[in-house]
Design a protein around this ligand. Structure first.
Ligand SMILES: Cc1ncc(COP(=O)(O)O)c(C=O)c1O
Length: 400
């Protein structure tokens, strides 16, 4: 019998971290690698936010705090929800964790019993199914299609719900596709949820501020106030404020659920980093103009990648509404062969051959629950993106 737990045997390590690690190893070994695997902005944390962290250290704000956050940060989060989302919460309804990841994990740990089902639209962020499994629940995948711009329909949601459904995890704009639900599309889903009062919604609004063209972000409790009592609205500072390493995420929801999440956190990591909490207050309350500047850069990069990949025979690359990912289909390349005889049998084989031949690291679609695709993170320089897309074009041109 293994010394390791049975629960652990049901989950797999994060494939996105695995790709980033492999690319790093190849780079260290001297290979010319361009990493398009990592899900983090290449921008530095804005100076005013760094200064707030430094000021916190110098003021001796370096001790334990309440497990789920200092009152000043909880108030800043309440203000953010009121200002940006039209949602009213009190500080008792706020939980702050070590990244958005811990917030989602706490919520699942606090609520799932064996047999409970969690509906997860695919393509999904890699961690959702495994977190559900770790918490003892059962993921139920509702698979979107490229034809429907990687968004699930109300009928698909309806079909996925059973009497055992506890949560829908809803992520828009999405990692890995960048797809964002419009108000009308989201209303279609919330109408279904209103017919199933036993189903709660866990939103993952991490990419709220990364939206382009005329896309307008909206979140379930805002679109359907009738869901307020059974929605956990999750967000964080990692992506929009280029603060991935600071590790601050947060959520708002019913007091009882927030208290249950606090209990879990108090017995695992205790409070999120004190210094980062003070920096996050500055992120939320301070100037927001750099978000607009960053989005101009991200949109330019998105358009560059979409246009260069769309030139390739066999690849279809939809234009996403937000985040910093594109999720092209390689359906037209499956079955082809590389010059050294490797058959592109699926998206994992494609990504491996691409990395070995050209040094371009992408993440294969099977990791996100929809194949045959691959995910490109365009949160890197225009020059690196141009070079990477040229290498992908050349690699595909040599397939026969
Ligand atoms: C959709 C989504 N949710 C949550 C997270 C986790 O965010 P954090 O770094 O704040 O834990 C990520 C990070 O990749 C993400 O893409």
């Amino acid at each position: 019998m293994s010394f390791l737990s049975e629960t652990l045997s049901r989950v797999k390590p994060s494939p996105t971290i695995a790709v980033t690690t492999l690319a790093g190893e190849l780079k260290a070994a001297g290979k010319d690698v361009i990493g398009l695997g990592a899900g983090e902005p290449d921008f530095d944390t804005p100076a005013n936010i760094k200064a707030a962290g430094i000021a916190a250290i110098e003021a001796g704000k370096t001790k334990y705090t309440a497990p789920d956050g200092i009152p000043e940060l909880k108030q800043a989060i309440c203000d953010k929800f009121a200002r940006e989302n039209g949602l009213n919460y009190t500080p008792q309804q706020i939980s702050v964790g070590t990244g958005g990841k811990q917030i989602l994990y706490n919520a699942l740990m606090a609520t799932l019993n064996p047999g409970d089902e969690v509906v997860i639209p695919a393509p999904y962020w890699v961690s959702y199914p495994d977190m559900v499994l770790l918490a003892g629940g059962t993921p139920v995948i509702a698979a979107a299609t490229l034809e429907n711009s990687f968004k699930i329909t109300p009928d698909q949601l309806e079909a996925a719900i059973t009497p055992k459904t506890k949560w829908l995890i809803f992520n828009s704009p999405s990692n890995p596709t960048g797809a964002g639900y419009s108000l009308a599309e989201l209303k279609g889903l919330t109408d279904v949820l209103m017919r199933h009062p036993h189903v709660w919604v866990m939103t993952d609004d991490m990419y709220e501020h990364l939206a382009y063209d005329d896309f307008e972000f909206c979140t379930p409790a805002q679109v359907e106030p009738g869901l307020y009592e059974r929605t956990l609205t999750c967000n964080g500072v990692s992506k929009a404020y280029a603060m991935t390493g600071w590790r601050i995420g947060y959520a708002a929801g019913p007091v009882e659920l927030i208290a249950a999440m606090r209990k879990i956190q108090s017995q695992s990591t205790s409070n999120p980093c004190t210094i980062s909490q003070w920096a996050a207050i500055e992120a939320l309350n301070g100037p927001q103009d750099f978000l607009v500047t960053n989005n101009v850069t991200f949109k330019r990069r998105r358009d560059l990648v979409v246009s260069m990949l769309s030139e390739i025979d066999g690849i279809t690359c939809p234009v996403p509404e937000g985040a910093f990912y594109v999720y092209p289909s390689i359906a037209g390349l499956i079955g082809k062969t590389t010059p050294d005889g490797t058959v592109i049998s699926n998206d994992e084989a494609f990504s491996r051959a691409l990395l070995e031949t050209t040094g371009v690291a992408v993440v294969f679609g099977a990791a996100f629950g929809l194949s045959p695709n691959f995910r490109v993170s365009y949160a890197t320089s225009d020059e690196a993106l141009k070079e990477a897309c040229t290498r992908i074009q050349n690699f595909c041109a040599e397939l026969t």
